[in-house]
Design a protein around this ligand. Structure first.
Ligand code: FAD
Length: 470
């Protein structure tokens, strides 16, 4: 019997998946005093030589940090992250210009995925009431009895019953299979036409090859490349491009020709030989968006993280949203006295609209990042939004700020964004019409007199200052 070593009489919570969300969630449940068992298909990555998995680094922001703080490891993780205070846009002619993420001092962090996962596992392991089971692949579980069946690498099977099953087994969740067999379960999945490929940019003379405190972006409309800094002074560049374009490039020389046309500044930094070699090392990886509801079955099972909501990676929120799931669930455990039959339905009710909203936003940003940032209107609107936010910090908050630097519920952030857009666009339209009409009137009424033109500007400024201080 796997779980006879348990000493307390508390309920047993089985966390399926020891990835980012599963290992963090184990800490949340352990902190509440439950007996926790984590089941992970892979071997213990802390001992493995090569860790396979998705993206090498990720952007950690406020929501994720708040969750880490709950279990007391925010500082440890943050100290090993690299702050990125702005996007650095690389235009085709080699010019670079930054677009800040928020106010001065606001930044997102580039963190190493494998290291973060290892630290979370170690943290979960440090609770005496937690047990980590590696090389355990969930095969199936019963919604009637809660009995789970795991397969070991040697083909043997292990069966375990838990009071609560928490499915944190990622975008292709095995836990979710039982949900799909039930009536009134909504499910959709969409593969986008783009794939991604990671390339490494090594240090130059021991230093970062580009400015380290930025998320570098090469937006090229139908495709783009981004680069995030690593602690070892390399950058991980990720090329996002339609699969059909990836497939058009079949030789090393074609890779160089492609880079010369679209990313010429990166060729000397990544290196001709490395480009020719690494482009063919691994095929481009697919990206899927998964939406479903509800997230629970009775008082038995709940899905969190990518198992509940895999999102495309363009808002940098997948992990952050998954980490926030853990906080939201924990807050409800407090509110409903750890009564699973009350917490689980409430969790679905509250969390589904928010996770669906971030899935939609991520899809929207997929276009914004590769195309809109090239548009003058978009950049102008960013400046207007930032200026208004500076003048009226409580009334106008840029969408990116709400999503990345606050815990405003995702669906509320979207609603507020729509409202703000309406107000700002109307305001801009009115100022433009006002200026045109006013200007014509002044020109007709009196000969051009510079003071006439200056006074309204002053008035507007003092009104804005009033608003700012009110
Ligand atoms: P996973 O990380 O997928 O972990 C699932 C775990 O379950 C794995 O360890 C797996 O081995 C295990 N498992 C699977 N099946 C079974 C089974 N049957 N039995 C037992 N165990 C099982 N998010 C951000 O917040 N910021 C970013 O900048 C960002 N960038 C990204 C870039 C890319 C290219 C991609 C693809 C994603 C990015 N994300 C980002 C999203 C982020 O990677 C995910 O949201 C996050 O990994 C979700 O964590 P998870 O624990 O839910 O799932």
């Amino acid at each position: 019997e796997e779980s006879t070593s348990r000493t307390t009489k508390k309920k047993l919570v089985a966390v399926v998946g020891g990835g980012l969300v599963g290992s963090l969630n184990a800490c949340f449940f352990a902190k509440r005093g439950f007996d926790v068992e984590v089941f992970e298909i892979r071997e213990d990555i802390r001992k493995a030589k090569v860790v396979r998995g998705r993206s090498i680094n990720l952007a950690l922001s406020h929501r994720g940090r708040q969750a880490l703080k709950h279990v007391g490891i925010e500082e440890k993780i943050v100290s090993q992250g690299i702050p990125m205070q702005a996007r650095m846009i690389h235009s085709l002619n080699g010019k670079q210009y930054p677009i800040p993420y928020g106010r001065k001092g606001q930044y997102i962090l580039s963190v190493d995925r494998a290291n973060l996962n290892k630290q979370l596992l170690t943290e979960a392991d440090s609770y005496p009431n937690t047990k980590l089971n590696f090389d355990h692949k969930l095969q199936d579980w019963s919604t009637e009895t809660g009995l789970m069946t795991f397969v070991r690498p040697d083909g043997s099977k292990v069966q375990i019953k838990a009071d609560l099953i928490v499915g944190c087994d990622g975008a292709f969740s095995a836990t979710r299979k039982q949900f799909l067999r039930r009536s009134r379960f909504n499910y959709s999945q969409t593969y986008i036409p783009h794939g991604y490929m990671e390339l490494t940019m090594p240090p130059v003379n021991g230093e970062f090859a580009m400015k380290p405190n930025y998320l570098h972006i090469w937006p090229r409309n139908t495709f783009m490349m981004i680069a995030l800094p690593n602690l070892d002074r390399t950058f991980t560049c990720t090329l996002f491009m339609p699969f059909e374009d990836f497939e058009k490039i079949t030789t090393g020389d074609e890779v160089i020709k492609f880079f010369q046309k679209y990313f010429p500044d990166t060729i000397p930094l990544i290196g001709v030989d490395a480009l020719k070699r690494d482009y063919f090392r691994l095929p481009a990886q697919a990206m899927v968006s998964v939406k479903c509801s509800p997230y629970h079955i009775d008082d038995k099972c709940v899905l969190m993280g990518d198992a509940a909501h895999a999102v495309v990676p363009f808002y940098g929120q997948g992990m952050n949203a998954g980490f926030e799931d853990c906080i939201v669930f924990d807050e409800m455990m407090e509110q409903f006295n750890e009564d699973f039959s009350a917490v689980l339905p409430e969790y679905s009710r509250v969390r589904v609209p928010d996770d669906h909203a971030i899935a939609d936003l991520a899809m929207y940003n997929y276009i914004e990042m590769r195309a809109h940032v090239n548009s003058k209107w978009f950049l102008f609107r960013k400046h207007v939004d930032n200026l208004l936010h500076f003048l009226m910090p409580k009334t106008i908050i840029p969408l990116y700020t709400m999503v990345t630097f606050t815990r405003t519920r995702y669906h509320e952030a979207v609603q507020r964004w729509h409202w703000q857009n309406k107000v700002i666009n109307r305001g801009l339209l009115m100022s433009v019409s006002g200026a045109v009409l006013g200007g014509s009137y002044l020109l007709i009424k009196s000969p051009p007199n510079i003071t006439n033109l200056l006074i309204p500007g002053e008035k507007i400024w003092s009104r804005l200052t009033e608003l700012r201080t009110s």
